[in-house]
Write a protein that binds this ligand. Sequence first.
Ligand SMILES: Nc1ncnc2c1ncn2[C@@H]1O[C@H](COP(=O)(O)OP(=O)(O)O)[C@@H](O)[C@H]1O
Ligand SMILES: [Mg+2]
Length: 333
Amino acid sequence: MTPEIFIKRQCKADTVERTSLIQSLWSGYGEVVRYSLTGQESPSSVIAKHCTFPMDVNHPRGWHSDHAHLRKVRSYKVEQNWYRQWASRCNLSARVAQCYGDLYDEKTGHRLTLLEDLDAAGYADRYNAHNIEYLISCINWLAAFHAGFIHPTPSSDWPQGLWRKGTYWHLDTRQEEWSVMAEGELKSAASELAKCLDNARFKTIVHGDAKVANFCFSPLDNQVAAVDFQYVGGGVGIQDLAYLLGSALSESELTENIDYLLEHYFSELGRELMAQGESQAFAQEVVEEWQYLFPIAWADFHRFIMGWSPTHPKNTPFSQQLTDQALRQLRRS
Ligand SMILES: Nc1ncnc2c1ncn2[C@@H]1O[C@H](COP(=O)(O)OP(=O)(O)O)[C@@H](O)[C@H]1O
Ligand SMILES: [Mg+2]
């Protein structure tokens, strides 16, 4: 079925026209596209995320042993599961796009996901540097999202259909990067850091790729909606927070603002938990555990950078100091 025919059916449209390419996907295997629609009952536009990976067998090196490829393929499936089974459970203050349906073609492996056009819904702006209001909106979004999915006793198959451990950098899926790390304390403590996060008492669902580029903003009221749920899964909220802050702020901005931004996240998290009926004592326990885990989550991402690309601009003295703090915490525990 062509995307046009599928859109026509799912959105009850009279006409469907491809209007703009928003972005090509990884290695050119797909695209994010806007379609314009006409019809009494249809929205006036939709966004299609279309993944067109070549089938596994056709790859000369053999895709089955290519972890990066397999991770990507799985990530598009997880994103469809997210929109099918989880997205509608999001807290009102953690806005995501409505999904109009999805397709999976077993023969070609192609996937198509139809999403509400967030630009048309008022979220037409994207992040530009130094917009602290927008960054605060992202932090509020994370707090609402994490509070909404808080889970003190997750079973081993939770969250169903998503990554058991969210984020694209978690150690189990990054063994190649780990093995080429320079020897040292961070490398030898890598699994201990990951275990600390995994063994947290309070788990939630993390977005898993919550950089500012994956948020759409409404310039009128600084409201925000998130996209790109390929690495959504179980975790602790501060994993998203650490990655978000690193994606938005320079080293000096981080040094200057980190205490304030952390405080803001934790007060929003506590407020959201209580707003959904949790006790103050419960909220306090979550906040205290995740405050302790913040340096650990930071170090866990830093571990990925030090294996994947140690000369990356994200390898900063700020990042190294926070990582050292995490390693000291581990030694004491
Ligand atoms: N539902 C949507 N409404 C408006 N813009 C969107 C929507 N989904 C994606 N986009 C835009 O397209 C970009 C790429 O989509 P994304 O899902 O993040 O793909 P990628 O995996 O390539 O990063 C986003 O950063 C956002 O700007
Ligand atoms: Mg993206």
